[in-house]
Design a protein around this ligand. Structure first.
Ligand code: NAD
Ligand code: UDP
Length: 226
């Protein structure tokens, strides 16, 4: 038999009965962080729906679940509304590394503002919980050097600087989340993720830990300016 004709083998997933199994939407689920969340929730036995426009993500990151009865992949740009029925939402769609988010700053702003409004609107209509992926970059170029910065620190962001599309975009995403929580009683969670690294991150991510790992793998000197 040719490889394509052989029944596909999936990693084992737990069985959850219909009362326990949730249908979970992950925007940006074909990206680095999102695809690991897909793996985690799939293995827990949930139904996972990924909505992604593949700007920085790739089908390869979730290919190992394609064809699984609990998995669904939707090619969708989150700047546009999405009408779908789910029990929980993880909103991760946004380029994350400076190289990617500065490539098209206007699009980065739209993704983090309009895209976040759409997902909060979805959570509002459904009355379901939503997690928004924010970033340590909401602290901008922090005046306090203690790392990680505390949530009591409000940040130091230049609203017209080259990183503003992302930093301010995420700050508005946070503001929107708490406005929807207060005004519309949406159950929101905001996670300020600090630099993360691991399998499936982009080779051209450009951030320091990834650069060091890449230099080490290529047997090059480990240097910031290499
Ligand atoms: P990533 O670039 O690997 O993944 C982002 C995913 O979002 C990709 O699959 C991309 O195609 C998708 N996407 C982008 N714009 C979209 C749009 N308009 N519509 C639909 N999909 C879209 O990045 P990541 O590192 O996995 O980051 C995931 C989330 O975590 C992002 O919101 C990012 O801001 C946040 N975050 C990541 C880090 C980190 O160190 N990786 C740090 C802080 C915050
Ligand atoms: N929205 C969506 N899916 C839904 C419900 C809403 O994409 O299931 C979008 C829709 O585009 C809307 C936005 O979310 O514009 C905000 O929704 P909300 O109900 O908060 O505001 P309104 O519809 O009044 O603008």
């Amino acid at each position: 038999l040719k490889e394509q004709q052989m029944p596909k083998k999936f990693q084992e997933v737990k069985f959850l009965n219909y009362q326990k199994q949730k249908r979970i939407l992950i925007t940006g689920g074909a990206g680095f962080v999102g695809s690991h969340l897909v793996d985690y929730l799939m293995k827990q036995g949930h139904e996972v729906v990924v909505a992604d426009n593949f700007f920085t993500g790739s089908k390869n990151n979730v290919r190992h679940w394609m064809g699984h009865q609990n998995f669904e992949l939707i090619s969708h740009d989150i700047v546009n509304p999405l009408y779908i029925e789910v029990d929980e939402i993880y909103h991760l769609a946004s380029p994350a590394s400076p190289i990617h988010y500065m490539y098209n700053p206007v699009k980065t702003i739209k993704t983090n503002t309009l895209g976040t409004i759409n997902m909060l609107g979805l959570a509002r209509r459904l009355g379901k919980k939503i997690l928004i992926a924010s970033t340590s970059e909401v602290y901008g170029d922090p005046d306090i050097s203690h790392h990680p910065q505390a949530e009591t620190y409000f940040g130091n962001v230049n609203p017209i600087g080259p990183r503003a599309c992302y930093d301010e975009g995420k700050r508005v995403a946070e503001t929107l989340s708490y406005a929807y929580a207060k005004q519309e009683k949406v159950d929101v969670r905001v996670a300020r993720i600090f630099n993360t690294y691991g399998p499936r991150m982009h080779m051209n991510d450009g951030r320091v830990v990834g650069n060091f790992i890449l230099q080490a793998l290529k047997n090059e000197a480990i240097t910031i300016y290499g």
